[in-house]
Design a protein around this ligand. Structure first.
Ligand code: SF4
Ligand code: SF4
Length: 100
């Protein structure tokens, strides 16, 4: 019986891995802070934001949380700094700054 992704660690024997290393469940990156890879950081200007939420579906890493219908601060633990959200925002409410 294949282990769940959350049960796999450095001690796991290859015989216990899924056949062909197929992945049967999502979300392993939730616990891995991929935001460490970032070389630029998006900055959100709340004054300029019109809450159109257009930036949300454009983020390839789902790093723009929406709570009660409003966008909130970036999830910088997972944001890779690609800058797509800057291009997506029609109100110039997002800019990039160098570094983390
Ligand atoms: S910079 Fe890229 S990864 Fe980060 S919030 Fe914007 S779109 Fe998402
Ligand atoms: S696209 Fe711009 S204005 Fe719209 S929610 Fe995102 S930051 Fe705010």
């Amino acid at each position: 019986m294949a282990l769940k992704a959350s049960q796999i660690n450095d001690e796991t024997k290859w015989q216990d891995l899924t056949e062909g290393l197929q992945i049967y469940e999502p979300a392993t990156s939730k616990t891995f802070e991929t935001g460490e890879w970032r070389t630029q950081t998006p900055v959100f200007d709340e004054e300029k934001c019109k809450q159109c939420l257009l930036c949300v579906p454009y983020c390839p890493d789902s790093c723009i949380p929406v709570v009660d219908g409003k966008r909130r601060a970036f999830d910088l633990m997972h944001c890779k700094g690609c800058g797509i959200c800057v291009k997506a925002c029609p109100f110039d409410a997002i800019s990039m700054k160098p570094g983390k």
